[in-house]
Design a protein around this ligand. Structure first.
Ligand SMILES: [Zn+2]
Ligand SMILES: [Zn+2]
Length: 257
């Protein structure tokens, strides 16, 4: 069985993405309580006891709040950058594996390439996963798409891509001005239009799955994201929109060999 992935939930109230291959499963980020993580994983047919590792993208609560409690309860190693480890008191971890800059590493038979992204965190990294000829990119929580990001996320078989906000809804929405500037700024989050521009530049014809993710519940709607991404959404074999409550169910990448 090649690479498959699923989500416990996606958005500013909590994130968690499962990546599995050959009987091993990783959890990327955990912004949920232990009980909630157990419940959401059970919905996907797994328990946290099945996890080989937890990878952390950055220190914001929607990605980190559940990591240390879950890692302690189940004795799971945690992979993160030195900057993320030191950014705040994240609680005792049973086993820390520091990610070295842009150095790829392996967890079981899953190759992981960390990619630095511009975000208002100490040392944020997003990830590209490869296993048995299949590749998956998870790209959320970035304010700008850099050439470095484009290079690493080109050619993936599946993408989980942030389309956080509609600029007009953000401008007219309930956030205070400082938060509006942060979210819409170069170290904030991708707008629908930035996500669409990224897809146009890196190409999407080869994508088996495009999951639009980290959609703001206050500053965006699925309809607006769908409209902005219509070109890609219409041509990718499977395009779906992750939500805060449900995340999304298992998706499998087929490499036909
Ligand atoms: Zn986030
Ligand atoms: Zn963040």
């Amino acid at each position: 069985m090649t690479l498959r992935f699923a989500s416990l939930g996606s958005g500013s109230k909590g994130n968690g993405t499962l990546v599995a291959s050959g009987g091993h499963c990783l959890l990327v980020d955990c912004g949920f309580t232990i009980k909630e993580t157990e419940r959401r994983m059970a919905r996907l047919g797994l328990s946290p006891a099945d996890l080989s590792a937890i990878l952390v993208t950055h220190e914001h609560s929607d990605h980190l709040s559940g990591v240390a409690p879950l890692a302690r309860k189940y004795g799971i190693p945690v992979y993160l950058t030195p900057g993320t480890l030191r950014a705040r008191d994240i609680g005792k971890l049973p086993e820390v594996r520091l990610i070295e800059g842009h150095q790829p590493f392996a967890v079981a038979d899953i190759q992981v390439t960390p990619v630095a992204v511009p975000h208002d965190a100490r040392e944020a990294a997003q990830f590209v996963f490869r296993s048995r000829g299949a590749s998956l990119g998870i790209l959320t929580d970035l304010g700008t798409v850099t050439p470095h990001v484009e290079e690493h996320f080109s050619g993936c078989d599946a993408l989980v891509l942030e389309a956080n906000h509609d600029p007009q809804m953000l401008a007219q929405g309930p956030y205070p001005p400082s938060l509006k500037r942060r979210v819409g700024g170069a170290y904030g989050h991708l707008s629908n239009q930035q996500a669409a521009g990224f897809l146009q530049r890196v190409g999407y014809e080869q994508l088996q799955h495009l999951v639009v993710a980290h959609i703001s519940e206050k500053n965006n709607t699925v309809e607006l994201a769908r409209t902005a991404l219509a070109d890609a959404a219409g041509r990718v074999a499977n395009c779906l929109f992750a939500c805060q409550q449900e995340g999304f169910d298992w998706l499998q990448i087929d490499k036909g060999d």
